[in-house]
Every structure is written in structure tokens, then in C-alpha cells.
Design a protein around this ligand. Sequence first.
Ligand code: MCA
Ligand code: AMP
Length: 503
Amino acid sequence: MSNHLFDAMFAPHAATPGTFLYLEDGGTLSRAEFGVLGARLAAVLASCGVKKGDRVALQAAKSPQALAVYAACIRLGAVLLPLNTAYTPEELAYFISDAEPRVLICDPVALDALQPIATRNNATILTLDPVGGGSLMERADAVAPHEGVATCGPEDLAAILYTSGTTGRSKGAMLSHDNLLSNARTLADLWRFTEDDTLIHALPIFHTHGLFVAVNVSLLSRAAVRFFARFDADTVVEAMPQSTTLMGVPTFYTRLLADDRLNRDLVANMRLFVSGSAPLLAATHEAFEQRTGHRILERYGMTETNMNTSNPYDGDRIAGTVGHPLPGVDLRITDPNSDVALPQGETGMIEVRGPNVFKGYWKMPEKTAEELRPDGFFITGDLGMIDAQGYVHIVGRQKDLIISGGYNIYPKEIEILLDDMPGVRESAVIGVPHPDMGEAVVALVVSDDGASPDPHDLAAALAPKLARFKHPRRVLIVEDLPRNAMGKVQKNALRAQFATCLG
Ligand code: MCA
Ligand code: AMP
């Protein structure tokens, strides 16, 4: 009787003395306490009927309790469905009806809006507030920790993470126990994580970066974690003298550079800065090195694949590259038109294969077959090339995707909503350069003949439907959209034309 992920990661962690989480209020949680918290939450979930393979949806503020829901799910063999706290009830309705979770855990303030969705889908709803209050913890405090551990093999599912699609419909990426464990082992080893480390954790815990890369690596290596509800440059700067590592999106680094206190003395105790989820500008890399003496280690991953490549720990961390394929990961570049593998140095589609690559999209076999080849290679949608030294360069994206502050935004999802609005003939949503977020969302709208929709009204109509981070920073009415000979909207031309429209 064994549980692939639990036995390798959670059980040994709980059995190791010492502090796991340093909290913002000055409190701490030991590794053993985290283990017991996970077991109590498992008992609550089991009492709601959660069994192996059942989904548990979680849309709650970052807290130790929210993190322990992950441990609880793995113990029970259940499948965690973490959801961005910014998603609106309308967005959530789709995820819940698609994933059919047995339990939905949400913030008490969202209870009224989400109760009907849970009822419709036969899910039990429990609440968890940002400071660990709510019905989930009331019940957890009243039960004995769940002692059993469900038997799970490497291929059993551990989590489903929804990632938006270029067609507008979100797809649930199914991640197995071994997808998570194999990647965490590789990263902990490559980045030299040990029990002596203290990681500054300021990422959200509903995406791969904050949940799996940061948390799994820490659990596996027994590193301590300074656990912040959100990124705030001030608090992160103050945490550096007591910490050794930071994982962040490029916005973290540009915001840290804006703080005059960032210098070599401040980072004297730090040994590693990791960046990912969006391209790190070479200028940011260089400015950071000048100020701190540290070369940020950039790596590349996806929800579907966990991490694929990393710059080296020892050796040259080259700005503008995402480094080498991880040990055990095959990476090839193919011609996007013919699918034929291209020689080194040529630019094409990045494809990856390895124990990190997901099991397919939940209930979407056709989508899975479109992106996951029979030989196991996953078609990433990212365009890249491998240089003579073996470093991978991401040079663009074939998929129509905006990355803002490390969050992915699929233009199609916004275009579908705009195109449906009165007075709108068609729309194109693009990303334009933004100094803080990397890219920002801009919507270009062509009016129906004789109509004159107000951009503010259009923006207001989008607001309740979409998470705040997806809202266009500007909606502009344009005469028409440029198209190529095939009738396809030329977004490159629009991106060039409107590059400075945010001023
Ligand atoms: C917040 N807002 C945003 C974003 N975040 N708008 C666009 N893009 C964003 N990323 C909204 C807020 O709701 C707010 O709205 C306004 O913009 C300004 O908020 P601000 O306080 O400046 O933002 P913040 O709360 O400081 O957040 C910025 C952030 C955060 C720290 C960059 O977005 C963040 O933690 N991003 C990390 C995302 C992440 O973990 N990605 C990993 C995905 P209002 O106007 O109402 O005030 S995993 C992945 O991509 C793969 C697998 C990988 O390789 O890792
Ligand atoms: P997600 O859907 O959140 O998993 O986002 C994955 C996408 O983020 C990838 O397909 C890339 O387009 C992008 N990405 C992740 N890391 C990097 C990086 N270091 N540089 C450039 N793009 C990245």
C-alpha cells in the first residue's frame, strides 16, 4: 500500500523536526504541524464523501490552511482543483460544471454567489477565509486527523489545473503524482535546495509556479518558507536578510529594482533568484546583476508540462535564454507547418517529452490528441531555437496569448464576449508592452454600421464576466482590422500600431 507523492514528499516532510512556514503575522508552523493540519483537512473532506479520484475545488486566499488542502487531497488520493482567486462566479461556473468536484472550498464572501453553482453540481460547499476561519476549519478543529493514506501509483491524478485555450474554452490539464514528483526532484537537485534554505514565497498558490515549483521543491528538500499572502516589494526586501532564495515572475524583479534598498548588502544571505512564467527582459537581468551581483536564473515551463528547461546553477546563466532542457526532458524544435524536426539553430515549434508532461486534458480527448503526439511529445505553442551551446531561446508564441504579470490571458475569451455586445461588429484583443506587467491587454473594436458603442460601456459590460487581471486596460474603437490574404486578423500589425497606446 503506497502513495507515490505522499510517501516521497509529504510524509518525510511531516516527520522532520523544524519550522516549515514563517508567517506574516510573526507566527510559524512546524513541518509536523503542517502534516497534522493536512490530516485534519483530509478527515473533513473524507466526511464529505471525498474518495480517491474525486475532485476538490479550492478558490481561497493564500493561507497555510489553503496550502494544507493540497496535502489533504494527496493523502486521500483526491484531485486538487486550485482556482485563481480573481475568477468571477461566472468563470467559476464553467470549471465546476466541467470538473464536477465533490467539494468546493471558497471564501465566505463568495458563498452566496457560489452556493447555487455548487448545488447545481452536487458539490458540498465549505468556506475558508484569509485568516483560516470558516466552516472548513470549524469542522477540522472538531475531528481527529485522518490516519489512512490512499494507495496511489505514479500515474494517478494529483491535480487538474485549468488553462485557457486559444479557442476560448478552458482546458483542465491533468497532472499525475509522478508529473509533480519527478519535476520537483529534478528542480530541487538542480537548484541545490536543502534544509538550510529559506524560500521567499510571494506567488499565488493556485498556479504551477507558486504551488508546484515553489512548494514541492521546498517540501521535498525540507526548506523553510517565508509565506506571504501576496507580492509586496517592501516585505520581500525586508525578508531577504533572513532568506536564501526567491522564486518570482519578471514583475517581481522589475518592482524590486525600483526599490533603492536593493543592493549587495541586502542580498548577502541570498544564494538564488529564479524567474519564470513570462519572458525576463535582458535589461532586467543585467540591471539586477549590477545592483546585487546575482545573475537571475531563468527557467521555462507550462501548466501542462511543469518545468522544461532551466539555466544552469553552476555555469553561465544567459540573459534572454531559458537554459537547457532539464535532465530527463527531451526538447525538440519542429517546423510548425510540416511537423518535421529542425536542425539546431533553426527556429520553430518547441515540443517537449518527459515524466513532467501531463496526462491530457480533462474530458477533452480531441484537444489532447491535437497537442500531445502519439510519441509523447507535447506541442507547446511556443516558438524557439536551440543555440550552439544548447541553450533554448523562446523567440515568440504561435498561440495567441498575452502574459500579464505572469498571468495568462487568452484574447479569444475576451473577443467572444465583446463580439456579442450590441453595436460591436468585431474585435481584436492584443497585448502591448507594459513596464510593470510585461504586457497589458488592449481591446480594439469595430462598430456595427451606424452604431457608436461607448468604450467605457463595453469595458463595464466585460467587468462582471472576467477576472480583473483580464480586463482591457484600454478599449479603442477602430475603423477596421488589418487582415492577410487568408482573411486572418494581423495581430502583429495591430501590436506595432498600438504599442504606445497606453502612453
Ligand atoms: C493584479 N492585477 C493585474 C495582475 N495582477 N492585472 C494584470 N495582470 C496581472 N498579473 C490587477 C489588480 O487586480 C489591480 O486591479 C491592478 O491590476 C493592479 O494591482 P497591483 O496591486 O499592482 O498588483 P499586485 O496585486 O501587486 O499583483 C501583481 C503581481 C501578481 C504581483 C505581478 O499578478 C502576481 O503575483 N503574479 C504572479 C502570477 C503567477 O503566479 N503566474 C504563474 C503562472 P485594480 O485596478 O482593481 O486595483 S504558472 C506559469 O505561468 C507557468 C507554469 C510557469 O512557467 O511558471
Ligand atoms: P501557463 O499556461 O500559465 O502554464 O503558461 C505557460 C507559458 O508561459 C509558456 O507556454 C510560455 O509561453 C510562457 N513562459 C513560461 N516561462 C517562460 C519564460 N521563462 N520565458 C518566456 N515565456 C515563458
